[in-house]
Write a protein that binds this ligand. Sequence first.
Ligand SMILES: [Zn+2]
Length: 155
Amino acid sequence: MKCDICGSGSGSGSGSGTLIMGQGFACSEDCQQIANGRRKAFIDELKAEPINTMPEQLETHDFERWSLKFAVHFLDGLSDGDRKRLARSNPIFLSPEHLALDFKERIISHLHKAYVSDVEHRGHDRMFSSGTYCFRQPVPAEKIIEACRKAQLIN
Ligand SMILES: [Zn+2]
């Protein structure tokens, strides 16, 4: 497997690589440290941004970024009690990337079909676990907000 950090190929023979959320495959301990650092820096960057800023029209990558920001802010705003409850019931959602997947599914299910490619018809697997959805056309921000309301993610 090609390392997403240093770009070295699979021929190194170490075989001890690992996947870092949102950063891809890291081949060595050094690359893992770099990948973890980048992940943390990106999450800190999202945390520092106001949640209600988003482009007027969202392309797929804008929506990816915004939904992750939404998850980061959501987790940041949890009370200690809520966090403990989540850790008991759904510990995987303490990871913003996993929580963002759930948010995306719920939001997209409330978006008009004209906006989203119909990969959802491929089966009962979680629609977006492989990141295969995409927007057919940019989605106006108010449509995203409306979908969030319908999904009861915001009031
Ligand atoms: Zn590497």
